[in-house]
Design a protein. Structure first.
Length: 760
């Protein structure tokens, strides 16, 4: 249990000092009632095996005391009166109120129904006639008549898919013919789902209305739930739109991995070495359990087609790349108790909540004696005119009708004037509405909001648990604000104090013996020899990035404004990647080579580019300049008409080395570089820890480990362990702060009352 978070969320409000109630302790002049301590203790420790033992009670009281001291200090500083605090607390109160503003019996029924339906999957097609949920009755009627006609045609035997293509207003119908594939409960809006599950195979459903409009469905098939599968995968990334070369390279790589897996190579090692899914590659490629409609269809179908744990698929293409999928386990639909909480969360957010809300409002109106004044309603509604649907409605403040009671809640009247003000504030242009329809919609919204607001404002009186929760959050927010000021932010901003703390505790921050090395894992000995030769050169050709040539008229050696813009983009590339190198190649046309050979004008142009880049503070060692005029002459047969400066990029990075070797053979070379302690890398652990090159042969690969340095154990520097040091410094500051609070608010434990809580 994370104690800080638990105390933050589960503390009780500091109670007024009530002599008639026994206190567990006194902090300064503030008494903490036994009942308050018991409430928090039960919430956090009630199910522990040693609950109410003397040791457990004393330990928790010590923690709770520290928490209460901080809250008392926050209150003494007036943090609970700040507008930011009040606003944040109101936000939490809204969230905490939600479980109390729901109809429990309806929710429970919907949860059970959803679970029952999850045992079956429906394959259906549909036709949609769009109409807004709040459409004018005339528009709703028109849409209803259209869907009624279509249903009659479908029931009479006309081809449902053809009707969907021709008439459905679902944009996807033109391509999928209205077919939705298989789905299960909680994957469609509730009225649609309800219609699907209540319709037999091969028949057309009754008309149903959702927020999208009117639908009819034809159920094509039903099957028992496929349950869930847990799989692992190896992925080679090749997103849609990649170049043909990259796509081919990805396919070659996945095929080679598949061949290794089929041969029996260790799955976890293949995944760790070759998978591009960074989130799972070091975890055997394992994905969470999933069911129907949770994944890309091609991935999902391949996963569910696997029958026996350990089986794996041939390479599968998705929009993200190529995958090999391995089955770990199949699970049938879990028991209800296992899914109940997750279903409840979904039910509260989907369209089922509309049903719940309507039942809740009906109950609250009855409980709170909601009564409408029909005469006043008629007067109020009569004030709606064409200005309302234009969004320009207003009323006269001196109108005597404004004081008329529109409805009452527990004998408290809401007036016509309050409603008309709501109408004025809430109105929007609705050109397709009639004024009478629009004001009826606004009245329903106003009345529902009024009854819900009344209930919400009285929750603390009606529900003690809600009152306790609000109190807990109140103190949690106060604690967070003060902890940030006194501990968390202070530890980060107090650089002098942090350094002093680090210097005083250096023995707590040590490196073990470490190996500074680069590991080159090669497919075979021949590849290793090629890698070693490449390492001698130390720079490798790259195809990306690319920069277009600079073009020059014959005899001209001057940069234009456009040239400068292009060269600034070259500077940006070099600044972005410190391992990138650049070759600048000057080319000339045939006439220049004949008439200006002695002046080397092609080289002069290349040097212009070189000077420009160096003026932008690009290090000179990263740029080389070549005069390739003669080479161009021989290649062009003396027919080049335009002079140019070309750009060729190189890189010293391990990534570039890998790409160079893996273009033709995807798994030829894998490079890992770093500082390794024992246990960090199995290959590093397998060699003698000394400087120089060592070679291993393992799992059919040849591995070169180039050790630059063996570093003996030493104290860490602050910048190497800053995060941990800040955390330790925060703990130190908190302890010091609590000590000072105990001086300001002396702690007196009532041992008699504490002992009464001990259960032998």
């Amino acid at each position: 249990m994370a104690l800080g978070a638990t105390l933050t969320l589960n503390a009780c409000k500091v109670a007024d000092n009530k002599p008639q109630e026994a206190s567990i302790e006194t902090l300064g002049n503030v008494s903490v009632p036994v009942s308050q301590f018991k409430y928090v203790y039960n919430k956090n420790n009630g199910n522990d095996p040693d609950a109410y033992s003397e040791k457990s009670l004393k330990e928790y009281l010590d923690l709770y005391t520290n928490f209460k001291l901080k809250v008392i200090e926050a209150q003494s500083m007036g943090l609970d009166t700040a507008q930011s605090f009040i606003k944040e607390l109101e936000g939490y109160k809204k969230q905490l109120a939600q479980p109390y503003l729901t109809e429990k019996s309806v929710t429970e029924g919907l949860i059970k129904e959803a679970y029952q339906r999850m045992g079956e999957e429906i394959n259906a097609a549909h036709i949609l006639i769009s109409v807004a949920p709040d459409a004018d009755p005339a528009d709703s009627l028109n849409a209803y008549q259209k869907i009624t006609d279509l249903r009659a045609k479908a029931v009479a035997g006309e081809n449902f898919e053809a009707l969907a293509v021709e008439y459905s207003q679902d944009p996807s119908a033109k391509t999928n013919k209205g077919n939705l594939g298989f789905f299960t409960a909680l994957q469609m809006v509730y009225p649609f789902e309800d219609a699907a599950y209540k319709t037999a195979i091969g028949t057309v459903s009754p008309i149903c209305r959702t927020k999208f409009g009117y639908h009819i469905l034809k159920v094509k098939d039903r099957r028992p739930s496929r349950g869930e599968v847990k799989v692992s995968h190896i992925m080679v990334r090749a997103a849609e739109g990649v170049s043909a070369d990259d796509s081919l390279a990805a396919k070659q790589k996945i095929d080679e991995i598949y061949a290794k897996a089929k041969k029996g190579d260790n799955w976890d090692e293949l995944c760790a070495q070759f998978s591009d899914d960074l989130g799972t590659k070091n975890k055997g490629g394992v994905l969470p359990l999933f069911g129907t409609n949770a994944m890309i269809p091609s991935f999902e179908d391949a996963a569910f087609s696997l029958k026996t744990p350990g089986d794996f698929s041939t390479p599968v293409r998705t929009p993200y790349g190529w995958h090999i999928i391995k089955l770990i386990e199949r699970k049938n639909l879990p028991e209800f108790k296992e899914l109940e909480s997750s279903i409840k969360a979904k039910v509260s957010k989907d369209s089922r909540s509309d049903l719940n809300k309507s039942v809740l409002i009906a109950r609250l109106k009855k409980e709170n004696a909601f009564a409408e004044n029909s005469a006043s309603m008629k007067i109020a509604f009569a004030k709606a005119d064409t200005n309302l649907v234009k969004g320009k409605f207003d009323y006269k403040k001196e109108d005597k009708d404004l004081t008329l009671p529109l409805f009452s809640i527990k004998s408290k009247n809401t007036t016509v004037g309050e409603f008309l003000q709501f109408v004025k504030d809430r109105q929007r242009p609705r050109p397709n509405f009639s004024p009478s329809h629009y004001i009826n919609l606004l009245y329903k919204e106003f009345a529902d909001l009024a009854i819900l607001t009344y209930e919400e404002n009285n929750l603390e009186v009606k529900y003690p648990d809600y009152k306790n929760l609000v109190s807990e959050y109140r103190e949690g927010i106060l604690l967070f604000q003060l902890m940030d000021t006194k501990v968390w932010s202070k530890a980060i901003q107090d650089t002098v104090g942090l350094q002093k703390f680090f210097d005083a505790n250096q023995n707590n921050y040590k490196w073990n013996k470490r190996l500074d090395a680069t590991i080159y894992s090669c497919a075979n000995r021949a590849t290793l020899d090629q890698v070693k030769a490449a390492l001698v050169i130390g720079k490798y050709s790259v195809n990306d990035p690319k920069t277009d040539d600079l073009l020059f008229a014959p005899g001209i050696a001057k940069l234009t404004k456009d040239d400068s813009i292009k060269l600034n983009s070259v500077v940006a590339l070099l600044n972005k990647d410190a391992k990138l190198l650049l070759e600048i190649n000057g080319y000339a046309d045939a006439s220049e080579l004949k008439t200006l050979a002695s002046t080397k004008i092609s080289l002069k142009r290349a040097q212009l580019v070189d000077d420009f880049l160096k003026a932008q503070k690009v290090d000179s060692y990263r740029i080389s300049v070549n005069d390739l005029a003669g080479a161009v002459l021989s290649l062009s047969n003396a027919k080049i008409k335009t002079s140019k400066v070309g750009f060729k990029y190189m890189s010293t990075s391990n990534t570039a080395l890998e790409k160079l070797f893996n273009e033709k053979q995807p798994l030829a070379v894998q490079v890992t570089q770093g500082m390794f302690q024992k246990g960090d890398n199995i290959n590093a652990d397998a060699i003698d820890w000394k400087e120089g090159d060592q070679i291993l042969e393992k799992d059919g690969r040849v591995i070169l480990i180039r050790v630059r340095k063996v570093e003996e154990p030493r104290n860490k520097k602050l910048d190497e362990v800053k995060g941990q040091t800040i955390s330790d410094y925060q703990n130190y500051l908190e302890k010091e702060w609590i000590s000072s609070l105990k001086v300001s608010y002396p702690v007196k434990i009532n041992t008699d009352e504490l002992n009464k809580l001990v259960k032998k």
